[in-house]
Write a protein that binds this ligand. Structure first.
Ligand code: KG4
Ligand code: ZN
Length: 329
């Protein structure tokens, strides 16, 4: 079954074509980083307009790369929640029109569930995390732990009470004037740092399955206040912040997995591209007897393949949408 997936929930326009859920025939992502860079963050109205311009050529490129004609597509899937309202609306309207014109089923996909699905995307079945497993979702908008009973049944265990992990990376990078997007900039700065870390707090590390990152961000701001910071100090702060954030995420995830007796753990979402987080979760997880599952680097960030891939499982359960499908921010 050939499914076309469309993702426009934030600032990346993603279009992909998958076969039977797991095989990615083509995936194209148009990043808007350069458009938003002068503003230091995503401007929703500008992002929506860019999605409108990006979608038609991306669909053509994706079909061309996969050597599939539009009429051969069996279903159209689109992210309909959560995200920026205007951005979601562009994708949803586009997908509805396409499904209607092609007389093919439409599938509305939850962006967070799609991220969770990336742990199995474009991998043979024996490399998928078995059910139930624990998923740590870390992105620009969300930080949450889920027990994944099947690709379409997720139980929410806990999440951030304030900033998301990626949001904290982005805000700290802004304070350090490292540019946008902040996550990759902090990682780059922190690479190869061999000095002593500043001991930043690890909020809520010992309790429950919820997270808090705003206290860590404030601690960084307070540390910098009234200080002269040269290049070396920026590197030390970036590395120490990353070290603390990674430590909280890994410690809490492993504790949750232990308490819930889940031996398989996946790491998904934009922040799962972070090398320190990947390494630390893999190292400490495997030491603790857990199996760790990471998405391919191309699928950490927002993309259409995760939407098309998950839609296959929705379709198998008969969960299609009609033309009243709406975007829910
Ligand atoms: O999943 P995603 O593409 O979009 C949302 O659904 O939010 O995640 C984007 C987030 C941004 O906050 C970005 O700074 C962060 O992922 N990110 C990273 C890295 N690459 C992207 N954070 C830390 N280290 C990275 N290498
Ligand atoms: Zn995302």
């Amino acid at each position: 079954m050939l499914i076309l997936g469309i993702e426009t929930s934030c600032d990346d326009t993603g279009v992909a074509l998958t076969r039977n859920g797991c095989q990615v025939l083509a995936s194209r992502v148009s990043s808007q980083v350069e458009i938003h860079r002068p503003y230091g963050g995503v401007v929703p109205e500008i992002a929506s307009r860019a999605h409108i311009e990006n979608l038609p050529p991306l669909v053509h490129q994706t079909l061309g790369k996969a050597q599939v004609r539009l009429e051969e597509v069996d279903a159209v899937a689109v992210t309909c929640t959560p995200g920026l309202a205007g951005c979601l609306l562009v994708g949803v309207s586009f997908a509805k029109a396409l499904a209607y014109a092609l007389h093919k089923p439409l599938v509305g996909i939850n962006h967070l569930e799609a991220h969770v699905y990336t742990a199995g995307l474009d991998k043979p079945l024996d490399e998928h995390p078995p059910f139930p497993h624990l998923a740590l979702l870390v992105s620009g908008g969300h930080t949450a732990l889920y027990r994944v009973d099947s690709w379409t049944r997720l139980a929410y265990l806990g999440g951030t009470q304030d900033d998301a992990a990626g949001e904290a990376f982005d805000k700290v990078a802004k304070v350090l004037r490292l540019g946008f997007p902040g996550g990759p900039a902090i990682q780059k700065r922190a690479e190869g740092f061999m000095g002593a870390f500043i001991e930043f707090p690890r909020p809520m590390v010992g309790q429950g399955y919820d997270f808090s990152f705003s206290g860590l961000k404030t601690a960084v701001i307070n540390y910098l206040r009234g200080r002269e910071w040269e290049d070396e100090e920026i590197t030390r702060v970036a590395a120490s912040f990353q070290h603390a954030a990674v430590d909280v995420l890994v410690t809490k995830t492993l504790r949750a997995a232990g308490e819930l007796n889940l031996r398989h753990i996946s790491l998904v979402g934009g922040v799962s591209a972070n090398a320190a987080l990947r390494q630390e979760l893999s190292r400490r997880g495997e030491e603790g007897g857990f199996s760790i599952y990471l998405p391919g680097m191309a699928y950490s960030q927002d993309n259409g393949a995760m939407v098309a891939g998950l839609a296959y499982h929705y379709l198998r359960e008969g969960r299609t949408a009609d033309l009243t499908l709406n975007a829910v921010a």
